[in-house]
Design a protein around this ligand. Structure first.
Ligand code: ADP
Length: 344
């Protein structure tokens, strides 16, 4: 093909086969299912894509092992239900969700950092038996300098081969911001390629690709981006009940002496914390028992002699770990949600 004469910018894969040698099938990965369902048409779909990039995507961006249940995500009942109905069931039963029931191909999750947007993306993939691809949009402009545009094309091509697939794009604002016009030519090209791919995924109704964009700065998205993410869902900070669930879950495998009312108090005191902040708080508290051990004994002490986690450890942890989210930002999310949110 005409392609064979083209220079590969990232070099070829290390293995070369002579023309008259017998075909050697690629080795199956031990880890399991990723490559097992590959159809014979793979070669065709990826023929214009740099094999080195395909390898990279499979090793760094593709994830087909994570097993996540909805119950692993605390709170967010409303978002979880909405997403299940809008995209998970349709991915499992494309034969029923046709015509008017056809699912959106792009959804946006917005809200403060550390609230479970990535978890939701992983859970959607896991529950819809899809392959999960996760990339941070800023890495397209920084890590893959000069190759960002090709990377976007390769990513969608590999995802098509591994359908059904969920492509999770973190920090999507950095890719689709209003400011891109004033930025470098290369950023603009990445943005254009991304929009082209997104539109391709949207118009081809047989393709089982879902693009989930996540952002902490929805107000930076331009009209073109909003239009492509048909469903826009606010992922807020955890409420009291969700914080309670989170704390219970985080300490359930630790030896602790916390009473129900202690856990309730931790949940009240952590008002304004994100899920990630709560995790940090619990990790910090869990070091309390260790810090209470005499420094000279630490190398020899029996694990069973480490004292259980207590409320005083949490009292101290609250002095060290603070909420990472600014209350003013919350108002911005709420007002953006009022104008552009789907509310489902
Ligand atoms: P985001 O993508 O919104 O920035 P993540 O989904 O990456 O946040 O969450 C970061 C970490 O915080 C998770 O790995 C998890 O440990 C914890 N976390 C945040 N929100 C939740 C939640 N709702 N339920 C369970 N864990 C959560």
């Amino acid at each position: 093909s005409s392609n064979s004469s083209k220079k590969r910018t990232l070099g070829n894969l290390g293995i070369r086969r002579k023309i008259n040698q017998k075909f050697i099938p690629p080795i199956r990965s031990n880890s399991g299912s990723c490559d097992e369902k590959l159809p014979a048409a793979v070669d065709e779909s990826l023929k214009n894509i740099d094999p080195k990039m395909v390898t990279l995507i499979k090793s760094e961006i593709m994830d087909c092992k994570t097993d996540l249940m909805w119950d692993d995500i605390a709170g967010l009942a409303f978002a979880k239900n909405a997403i299940q109905e809008a995209v998970v069931w349709p991915m499992l039963r494309p034969d029923i969700f046709t015509g008017l029931r056809r699912p959106p191909k792009g959804i946006l999750l917005f809200g403060p950092p550390g609230t479970g947007k990535t978890l939701i993306g992983k859970c959607v993939a896991s529950q819809s038996k899809s392959t999960f691809f996760s990339i941070s949009a800023s890495s397209l402009t920084s890590k893959w300098v000069g190759d960002g545009e090709k990377m976007v094309r390769a990513l969608f091509a590999v995802a098509r081969v591994h359908q059904p697939a969920v492509i999770f794009i973190d920090e999507v604002d950095s890719l689709l911001s209003q400011r891109s016009d004033t930025e470098h030519e290369s950023s603009r090209r990445i943005k254009t390629e991304f929009l082209v791919q997104l539109d391709g995924a949207t118009t081809d109704s047989d393709e089982r690709l879902l693009v989930i964009g996540a952002t902490n700065r929805p107000q930076e998205l331009d009209e073109a981006a909003r239009r492509r993410f048909v469903k826009r869902l606010y992922i807020p900070l955890p409420d009291y009940e969700a914080r309670l669930q989170l704390v219970q879950k985080l300490i359930c495998n630790e030896s602790h002496g916390l009473k129900d009312e202690d856990i309730q108090r931790i949940s009240s005191l952590s008002d304004g914390f994100s899920g990630a902040d709560i995790k940090n708080l619990c990790s910090e508290a869990s070091l309390g028992p260790i810090r209470s051990i005499d420094f000279n004994l630490i190398a020899h002490i029996q694990a069973s002699d480490v004292r259980p986690l207590l409320m005083e450890d949490f009292e101290k942890a609250f002095n060290r770990v603070k909420s990472s989210v600014c209350p003013n930002d919350l108002e911005q999310y709420i007002s953006w949600d009022k104008i552009y949110g789907s509310g489902f």
